[in-house]
Design a protein around this ligand. Sequence first.
Ligand code: NZQ
Ligand code: ZN
Length: 391
Amino acid sequence: MENFTFYSPTFFVFGKDTESQAGEYVKRFGGTKVLVHFGGKSAKSSGLLDRVEASLQKEGIPYVTLGGVKPNPRSGLVYEGIDLCKKEGVDFILAVGGGSVIDSSKAIAAGVVYDGDFWDFYSGKPIEEALPVGTILTIAATGSEGSPDSVITKEEGMFKRGASGNAIRPKFSILNPALTQTLPPYQTAAGITDIMAHLYERYLTNSKEVEVTDRLIEALLLTMKHEGPRVIADPDNYEARANIMWAGMVAHNNTCGVGRSQDWNSHNIEHELSALYDCAHGAGLAVTMPAVFKYVMNHDVNRFAKVAVRVWGCQMDFDHPEVTALEGINAFQNFLVSLGMPKNFEQLGAKAEDIPKLVDVLCNGDGRTGSISGFVTLNEDDCTKIYEMMV
Ligand code: NZQ
Ligand code: ZN
């Protein structure tokens, strides 16, 4: 296990009706003037936004609202949010929605207290200071409710980049699994895929002797394997939703990633797809991961065979571990397809003729120099082959 530090100070409030306590928690974490940030329509039409506003009013906390965050959130609304917060003297950002709303909120929070362009943080500058952020989560997926990360799409060029810093870890996150019952099945499945991707990205490591985190990851993957089909068959199953929601947080606040190197090549390769085609991030990952895994499998075939046996129930072939490894990757892909996820470019809405453009932005965009690195380093040729495997 490698040396590490781990700081995860978010206060979690989990369970039914907990959104009605939003005002109390904003007050507890020092907010005196709030920006309530939300998405397209779901928070409004479900009545959630009304309940959150009522909770702020009950505590006598003034607020302004800014809706319209799109999935794969854009830089334009972030600039708008920063201006609004400065004009209104906002000192606390309350995100009501999914990962896109939370990430847009984090970007605004960092941008308000920074004199330069907030995009600097998405070009590699660490975030050291930000307004406090609280979240009320409506989809189990990104883990942004407990993570120090934010992903934004820059409209000029349509490319997607991440920023990071403990300053943008939410001060509190309200997690009511019942709020996710209104999700369309496709979004539920995309969320499950993203959670599993966050686990695989950590499982694919070059660090040795990391049994605790290996076993935690395997337990969470097994939980998703159990709960995924249950929630797709019965969207109102509160208990399944509750397990998925907490798994989503644990999968990405780095509990499972400490003391080990991590991969993130699948995420980087996927981000170009959701930036260009505006597909759901989880759906893009469903197409990306099997291709990446097959391409890099021989780098550590025993690691792939281990997850195949421990999670996917494959029989270990000791003479040919690559057979077991491949079986596990196929079982994972079949599982995602059974939830309703796409399995190739066509089903995702991506086009083979765009591959050179995807590879160029991926490997050379925004400061990169011809490759991406993780479990293995992938150059332009490797990335081209991986995208071609998805066609
Ligand atoms: O805008 P509304 O109307 O709310 O619709 C949303 C959106 O269309 C809808 N939705 C959300 N909650 C709902 C609901 N519909 C009905 N009922 C509800 N309860 O679902 C759609 C997707 O929402 P979005 O927030 O985009 O989904 P998700 O949470 O998957 O976030 C995806 C974004 O997060 C980034 C992704 O790249 C993508 O941009 N990521 C962020 C990470 C992080 N900050 O740590 C890590 C991830 O790996 C990921 O990259
Ligand atoms: Zn993700």
